[in-house]
Ligand binder design. Structure first.
Ligand code: PLP
Length: 389
C-alpha cells in the first residue's frame, strides 16, 4: 500500500468515528459543571493565591479519588515530578531511569536535580516502561558498590525508576515494582496523564513511593496549570508541603526558611477550577472510553492500522486514543499526519524520543528498539471528551 492510499484509508476511518465538524483539535478541556460558580466564589473570598480552602479541599478530593493517603497540590506536573525526585534523594551526579518514550518533562525533572536521565525502552503491550527488559538491562549494566547500585559504564549511582502511564494507559506496575525491589530502587510514577486510570483496581500514581499528577489544560481534568504529589507516607507528604512552600518554617510572623525551597504551591483559584472539574471526572472517563470504542469500531477489519488497546488488567482513562500503523516507516506516518491535519483533524505523533533531543543525546540508555518502532507507528487522534458519541 502506498503512503497516499494508507493516508486516505486512515482519514476515512477517523472521519467515520468523529461527529460532523470542520476542525478537531487533539485535546480540549470542557467546562460544563460548576467551574464558573467555584471561580466566582473563590474571587469573592479574596483568597486567590497560595493559600485558601480550595487547595485543602482539592487535595482531600484527590486523596479520596486516588486512594493515596496524601496529596500535595503544586503549580504544575513538572514541579510535582521535580519534588518527587528530590524527596526520593535524587541529587547532582545521580542517574534516574526514565522512559525514552515520554513527554520531555519526565527527563527535565531529573535534569533539574542535577542528575542524568538513563533512558529505558517501552513495552509494545502497555506503551510504558518494559519491566522485563529493564531488569535484564540492569543485570548487565549495573552493579553494587558500597550498598549503592551503580551504572558500571558511567560510575554514577542509579537512584530511582520513573515509569510513565502513556496516554493514560497504566504501565505494568506489578512487574516494575518487582524489578525495583530486585535492584533496591524506589519507584516513582509519572501519572501526569493517568488521573482516573486503574491498574488491577488501584489508582495509578499510588503504587510507588511517590507519584506525580498533572492538571495542565490538555489533561483529562484541568486547573489551568497544576499538578500534585501523591504519597502514602506522612513524612514525605510533610516534606513535599515544606519544599513547595519555599521551605518556610512555623515562626509566627517572621519569614524563616530552613533550606532552598520552591514556590511550587498551587494557587487557590486554580484549585477552585480543579474542584469543579474533579466532580466530572467519572463522566469524562466514561466519555473518553466511549470515544476510544468508537475509534476501535471504525478501524475494525483494517489491515493497515489498529487502535491501541491496553491489556485487560488495566482500566484506562483513555486520555488520548492512538492508532498504530502496521508499517514502521516514518514517511508513512508523516503522510497520514499530513492528510489528517489537511482535513482539519488535529492528529499528532508521539513525542520525539528523549535520546534524540539535543540536550539528552549523550545520556546513557539501554537498547531502545521498541520505543523507536513505536515512534514511527503512533498517530494520536482527537480525543476531547466532547467528541464522544
Ligand atoms: C503533562 C505531563 C507532565 C507534566 O506536565 P505539566 O505541563 O508540567 O503539568 C509530565 N509528564 C508527562 C508524561 C506529561 O504528559
Amino acid at each position: 500500500m502506498g503512503h497516499d492510499e494508507l493516508a486516505r484509508e486512515v482519514l476515512e476511518r477517523v472521519r467515520r468515528a468523529l461527529p460532523p465538524g470542520e476542525s478537531f483539535s487533539l485535546h480540549e478541556p470542557t467546562f460544563e459543571g460548576r467551574e464558573r460558580e467555584f471561580l466566582a466564589r473563590c474571587i469573592d473570598t479574596g483568597w486567590v493565591s497560595t493559600a485558601g480552602r480550595y487547595v485543602d479541599e482539592f487535595e482531600a478530593r484527590l486523596s479520596e479519588l486516588t486512594g493515596a493517603a496524601y496529596a500535595v497540590a503544586t503549580v504544575n506536573g513538572t514541579a510535582a515530578l521535580h519534588v518527587c525526585l528530590r524527596l526520593a534523594g535524587v541529587g547532582p551526579g545521580d542517574e534516574v531511569i526514565v522512559p525514552a518514550l515520554s513527554f520531555v518533562a519526565t527527563a527535565n525533572a531529573v535534569a533539574y536535580c542535577g542528575a542524568v536521565p538513563h533512558f529505558a525502552d517501552a513495552s509494545e503491550e502497555t506503551l510504558g516502561l518494559d519491566p522485563q527488559r529493564l531488569a535484564a538491562h540492569l543485570a548487565i549494566a549495573a552493579g553494587r558498590r558500597g550498598g549503592e547500585l551503580v551504572n558500571l559504564a558511567t560510575g554514577r549511582t542509579l537512584r530511582a525508576v520513573v515509569p510513565m502511564h502513556t496516554f493514560g494507559h497504566p504501565a505494568d506496575l506489578d512487574a516494575l515494582a518487582a524489578a525495583c525491589r530486585e535492584f533496591g530502587l524506589p519507584l516513582i510514577e509519572d501519572a501526569a496523564e493517568s488521573l482516573g486510570s486503574l491498574y488491577r483496581g488501584a489508582h495509578t500514581g499510588t503504587r510507588g513511593l511517590l507519584g506525580a499528577l498533572s492538571f495542565n489544560g490538555n489533561k483529562i481534568v484541568t486547573t489551568g496549570g497544576g499538578g500534585a504529589v501523591l504519597t502514602g507516607s506522612r513524612e514525605l507528604a510533610a516534606a513535599a508541603r515544606h519544599l513547595t512552600t519555599t521551605a518556610r518554617t512555623a515562626a509566627g510572623w517572621e519569614f524563616v526558611h530552613d533550606e532552598v525551597g520552591y514556590n511550587y504551591r498551587m494557587p487557590n483559584v486554580n484549585a477552585a477550577l480543579g474542584l469543579a472539574q474533579l466532580e466530572r471526572l467519572p463522566q469524562l472517563v466514561e466519555r473518553k472510553r466511549a470515544l476510544a470504542a468508537r475509534y476501535r469500531g471504525a478501524f475494525e477489519g483494517c489491515a493497515a492500522a489498529r487502535v491501541f488497546e491496553p491489556p485487560g488488567y488495566s482500566e484506562s482513562n483513555h486520555w488520548l486514543t492512538a492508532v498504530l500503523l502496521e508499517t514502521d516507516d516514518m514517511a508513512a506516518r508523516d503522510a497520514v499526519l499530513k492528510a489528517l491535519n489537511d482535513a482539519g483533524i488535529g492528529a499528532r505523533p508521539a513525542w520525539r524520543l528523549m535520546h534524540r533531543l539535543p540536550m539528552y543525546r549523550e545520556c546513557p540508555r539501554m537498547e531502545l528498539s521498541v520505543a523507536e518502532r513505536l515512534e514511527r507507528k503512533i498517530v494520536n487522534l482527537p480525543s476531547s471528551a466532547h467528541l464522544a458519541p
